[in-house]
Every structure is written in structure tokens, then in C-alpha cells.
Design a protein. Sequence first.
Length: 329
Amino acid sequence: MTLNWAIIGTGFISNKVIDGIKRSDGSQVQVIAGRKPDTLAKFQDEHAIPEVSTDYEAVLTDPKVDAVYIGLPNHVHHTVTGAAAKAGKAVLSEKSLTTTMNQADALMAAINDHNTFFVEGFMYLAHPFLQRFQAILMDGRLGDLRAVSGFYAADIWKFVNPMGMGTLYNLGCYPASLLQLTVQTMCGNDAFVNRRLQGVGNLGADGTVCDAACTVRFDNGILATLQSTDSYGTRNAFSVLGTKGELRFVSNPWQPIGGRSHLQWCPYDGQIEDIYVEDDFDAFYHQIKMVERHVLAGDREAARPSPRHADSYEIMGFLTEWEAACRSG
Ligand SMILES: NC(=O)C1=CN([C@@H]2O[C@H](COP(=O)(O)OP(=O)(O)OC[C@H]3O[C@@H](n4cnc5c(N)ncnc54)[C@H](OP(=O)(O)O)[C@@H]3O)[C@@H](O)[C@H]2O)C=CC1
Ligand SMILES: O=C1CO[C@H](CO)[C@@H](O)[C@@H]1O
């Protein structure tokens, strides 16, 4: 079976995701939908797409469409996901899930009411690099988990839609989701939600949080520090410390590429071991293959390391708590 996709939105990210669809032998793009006829015509021409539409509703209910990719700003993910789910389509919607818990509740209600597949577009989690990372967390070499630190800086504030609500929902969601995967994997599925979080931040000219830092104490004593900024730099770091050593990313965890990705295992009492993951494809391709597998199997949600429904909801709980702390601090 070939999955017929509708792509909603003609921005930067839709251009990345469509490359993954085009590379896959299990998917094809049926229609591109957007608000501007000129941009749509250019997108259709560049990618040789059969149909274009300015009518999101018509696209979402088109019987030729099996799966919908939502490449729209964060604050409209819930409404378009709701309409797509109602029409019985499988949905891949960009991170972050939404920008508020009310929107997240509406999205969750829609996907629960209509028996369809949904996954949030944390593309990096579908790449074999992250599967290897999770396998190392599970193989026992770190000992007990003690601490996690993560940092993501990208100078993107000029390009992103301010309605997407700033660095936490555009960038902070990446270290937050990787912290969640780490804590769940090493301490159990419930460990991430049992915590105390303190945060501080700065507001940018558009009123969104542009620099954010948080410290977290999970109830089991694990400590974490995360930082995210969209106002300067291009830096990433993520490190997991156990009782026996540190596992750290050398390559950017959040943008796995086609080629070689690099981790380091640094035992406290031994030699540093370089760990390489070779793969021909980037995360966008693997994200499409992940959706294809689940839709063919009749699943309603993805499997770890990709986010399950409850994982996406928990990440939103974390981000909204972090945002509130930044705004009140
Ligand atoms: N996974 C990744 O690596 C990345 C993911 N993203 C995610 O992609 C998404 C898009 O972000 P970004 O590029 O900043 O968004 P944009 O503001 O650039 O919009 C993207 C598309 O959405 C359309 N759009 C904008 N506002 C609305 C609206 N209110 N209703 C309907 N359509 C609308 C735009 O149409 P028009 O052209 O008519 O304005 C455009 O086609 C976000 O969720 C972001 O988090 C972004 C970058 C990288
Ligand atoms: O999702 C994203 C992935 O990372 C990029 C920065 O490196 C961001 O621009 C973007 O929002």
C-alpha cells in the first residue's frame, strides 16, 4: 500500500518533510494546501504534486488522502489536527504539540474521539541514532541515573512565527522531550511527571520567552538542568550522568543527518569510547517510515522512542510549567 499524503502549509518545514516523503517507496504526496496561490503554485511545481488547494477543510475530507502532515505554526496545530482526525485521517503534526494546555486538551480529545493515528513531529526521535542512544541507556553501563543536562540555542527569532510562542515551544521542546525519554527509559514510565521545576527566562520584543533555563528535581532524586534560547547562537549539548559514567552527544541530537552520527561513552574510571551510528537517511525520512509502519499496522499511536500520545501531553505539561516560571521569575 502507498500512503497518500496531504501537506498542509508551504513554509520552510514542509519543504523538508516532503523530501522524506519523496524518498520513501511507501508514500506519495497527493495535494499541497496553503493560503497563498502563488506560493502554492511554486511548491507544486518544485515538487511535482498532482493537486493544490486553498481549502484546508476540503483537503482534510478528500477520500484520496490517507495521511495529513501539518506544517503550520504551533498555535493552530490543535484545530487542524481536530478536523483531520474527524475526517478519519492519520495525522503527523509538527512539534510543539500546541502552545497551551487548553489547546492540548482539545487536540487529545479530538484524537481520542476519532479512532485515528496521531503522532507529534519530533522527527529526531524516529532516527536510528536515537534508537541507539536509548539502547545504551538500557544496557546498564551508566549504572543508576543521577543527572541530565541539555542546551539548545539557535538564532531563529527573526524567522519564526511569534504565535508559535517563542523558544520553549520551538527549541526547548527538544531537550525537554529528550529528558523525558531518558528519565522514562532509566527510571520508568511514571518518573517524568513526578517532579518539581524551577525556571527563569527573558522575554523578547515580541513578548515571547526568548531565553529560558530550568532546574528540575524528580521525586526519585534525579536532577536536570535545561536551557534554550532563540535569540543568539547555534549550539546544542545533551549529557546523561549515571553512577558509572557519562553518555554525551557529540552530534546534534535534534537534527540527525544521513551519514555518521556520534555519541561518546565516558566512564569515570576508563577510556572514552566513540560510538558512531551510520545511516543513509536523515530524520525526516525515518519519520515518514515510522508513520507508514504504524498506519499499515492499524496503530493509533507511535512506539518509543517516538512520542506516544501521553508523552506529547506530558511534554506540553513540562513546557507550559517552564513558561509560567519564566514569566513569573
Ligand atoms: N521539525 C523541524 O525541524 C522544524 C519544525 N518547525 C515547526 O513547523 C511549524 C511551522 O512553523 P513556521 O515555519 O515558523 O510557521 P510559518 O508561520 O512560516 O507558517 C508555515 C505555514 O503555515 C501557514 N500559516 C501561518 N499561519 C497560519 C494560520 N493562522 N492558519 C493557517 N495557516 C497558517 C503559512 O501560510 P502563509 O504562507 O499563507 O502565511 C505557511 O504555509 C511549527 O510548528 C514549527 O514548530 C519549524 C522549523 C523546523
Ligand atoms: O524545529 C526546529 C529544529 O531546529 C531548528 C534550529 O536548529 C529550529 O529552527 C526549528 O524550530
